[in-house]
Design a protein. Structure first.
Length: 241
């Protein structure tokens, strides 16, 4: 099966989790776009939902398909978010942000009762980090921020080239919020939680692409069919005294 066919298969399976009257978060990226397309067809057939998009690109696609839209200010609690991932491991820890919408994606995911990731099986890894970690930073003092990211990441064993994302014409890529993204080619991230904690103390960092403890399930499409992985966060809770 082609990559597009696998993305479509995962999106079709995710549509089974959508129920009438749900408040949905709509992800960003090529796989999430497949889900939005399918959802639009269901809405035209009579399904009643309301959706909060995670990017202006997703908003435009959903609006063109006739999907009723809202914002988190109007609809601050969501039932379900469907989104893609650039990488995920066995504990459903994710790297996201390849599409440049990681801040809004994380805000929407955190506002949802449940987040389901859709992807093809090539996104499943043993250790995160082969996909460069996107980090959204403010433009002011970008070089100083990048240097601090490099220093603190090294403290948790992450080293690699850190580059400001650019468009094809060589100008900096700007997020919907007007910020920059730096892509960190660490190769492997052995301690995602430690790295996440480190990045939170860098003043110029808006958000990072590590999604930890947010995904409840992942629908992975591969040549042999669909596999559904369920998170078990109970195992991560401290033992009772």
């Amino acid at each position: 099966m082609s990559s597009d066919a696998l993305k479509l298969a995962a999106a079709e399976r995710a549509l089974q989790f959508v129920e009438p009257k749900m408040r949905l978060g709509l992800g960003t990226g090529s796989t999430a776009a497949k889900f939005v397309e399918l959802l639009g067809a269901r809405v035209r057939a009579g399904l009643e939902v309301i959706a909060v998009p995670t990017s202006e690109a997703t908003r435009a696609q959903a609006a063109a398909l006739g999907i009723p839209l809202s914002t988190l200010d109007e609809t601050p609690l969501l039932d379900l978010t469907i989104d893609g991932a650039d990488e995920l491991d066995e504990e459903l820890r994710l790297i996201k942000g390849g599409g440049g919408a990681l801040l809004r994606e994380k805000i929407v995911a955190a506002a949802s009762d449940r987040m389901i990731v859709i992807a093809d099986t090539t996104k499943r890894v043993v250790t995160l980090g082969a996909f460069p970690l996107p980090i959204e930073i403010v433009r002011f003092g970008a070089t100083a921020t990048r240097n601090m990211i490099e220093m603190l990441a090294g403290d948790v064993g992450c080293q690699g080239k850190i580059t400001v994302r650019q468009l094809k014409d060589g100008t900096p890529f700007l997020t919907d919020g007007g910020n920059l993204i730096v892509d960190c080619a660490f190769g492997r991230i052995d301690d995602p939680e430690g790295l996440d904690d480190m990045l939170k103390v860098v003043p110029g960092v808006v958000e990072n692409g590590l999604f930890l403890g947010l995904a409840d399930a992942a629908i992975l499409a591969g040549p042999n069919g669909i596999e559904v992985l369920e998170a078990n966060y109970d195992d991560m809770l401290p033992d009772e005294v």
